[in-house]
Design a protein around this ligand. Structure first.
Ligand code: P6P
Length: 341
């Protein structure tokens, strides 16, 4: 680190520019899109950091499509994301956890509108009144439609087709973490400069299970395989798990980010009765699955790799088990054995 506090002053801006040079045919639309995600999240972060002072704590009047009470900051963050992308000719549509349907942005210049953006503008917002870390999650796909308008099918693409994915965690510091398929890179916001500065280049998830993350009150709702896996990690006494601690924030981005850096497994299995998971596929599980796989980890529903799921609906929910490859593969094995009985 240099006396100005970071190495070579590599910022998100300069890093995106460097990555663009790897694609000589690129005209910069994708780079501009990533920069705008950076801008939007800086704006959201500034509101989150001052939430208690801006009368934006507490609930808004609305109930979102998920049937969840919207926090004022949910609505605000959603508006910031939409306003940031609305004018961009390279984007033909948006999908948000907070909006029932996709938002079509037909203002496309000839040959533009190459991308659609999906996001959870403020994940974990139910925690925000208690000052618990929250985050924004984003996923970028190529728009398959070529007639100037996007369709639902442009959003219902499997995660293995994402061109970029990432998140921002608004925690003790604000960190922007993303991948375009060439590794995972983290940038810490320097509030004095207003820039995201490269702080974690080429993140690899450590092959240790330092953290076990699950809402244990759901244990009895889980299928047999999930219960066996959880019991194995916590009670088997196996050498690998002797130093494993339970850590569960209840804010997906925070739990994911800690496990990405420290090593660990997050599990939110389906309710065995309904077969339904809680977390959303398109703008939570898929983007984080791309990040974790690019960092050397894995993400599954149990029977299926998250990135291979072909979505059926915009707000589809899935079980999500994500983290170290070792734990994910063990989970898949235990679920398969339990269901075979
Ligand atoms: P539970 C937050 O509401 C969220 O969508 C995720 O951020 C988090 O991982 C999960 O729900 C927590 O759910 O049922 O444990 O409160």
């Amino acid at each position: 680190m240099t006396e100005i506090g970071f190495k070579d002053f590599e910022t998100l801006e300069s890093f995106i520019a460097k990555e663009q040079h790897l694609h000589p045919q690129s005209r910069g639309a994708f780079s501009n899109l990533l920069r705008r995600v950076g801008l939007a999240t800086k704006i959201i972060g500034s509101k989150v950091q001052r939430a208690g002072l801006l009368n934006v704590l507490g609930s808004a009047d609305g109930i979102n499509v998920q049937g969840e009470q919207q926090a004022k900051l949910d609505v605000l963050a959603n508006e910031v994301m939409r306003a940031t992308f609305r004018w961009m000719p390279s984007i033909s549509g948006l999908a948000s956890e907070e909006d029932d349907d996709v938002v079509n942005l037909p203002t496309r210049l000839e040959g533009q509108g190459q991308y659609v953006v999906l996001f959870d503008p403020l994940d974990g917002s139910s925690n925000i009144d208690a000052n618990v870390s929250v985050g924004t999650i984003f996923s970028i796909h190529r728009c398959q439609s070529t007639d100037g308008r996007c369709r639902l099918s442009d959003f219902l693409q499997p995660g293995n087709r994402q061109v970029a994915a990432g998140y921002v965690v608004y925690g003790s510091s604000t960190m922007f973490v993303y991948t375009t398929g060439s590794g995972v890179h983290g940038f810490t916001l320097d509030p004095e400069v207003g820039e995201y500065v490269l702080s974690h280049e080429n993140i690899r998830v450590p092959d240790v299970c330092k953290c076990f993350s699950a809402n244990d009150t759901n244990y009895k709702k889980w299928d047999e395989g999930s219960r066996r896996f959880a019991d194995h990690v916590r009670y088997s006494g196996e050498e690998r798990y002797k130093k494993t601690s339970s850590r569960y924030v209840g804010s997906l981005v925070s739990d994911f980010h800690r496990n990405l850096l420290y090593g660990g497994i997050f599990m939110y299995p389906a309710d065995a009765k309904t077969g339904k998971g809680k977390l959303r596929l398109l703008y939570e599980a898929s983007p984080l699955a791309m990040v974790i796989e690019q960092a050397g980890g894995a993400a599954t529903t149990g029977p299926q790799r998250i990135l291979d799921i072909v979505p059926k609906e915009l707000h589809q929910r899935v079980p999500l088990i994500i983290g170290n490859k070792h734990e994910v593969e063990l989970y898949e094995k235990m679920v398969k054995e339990a269901s075979a009985k």
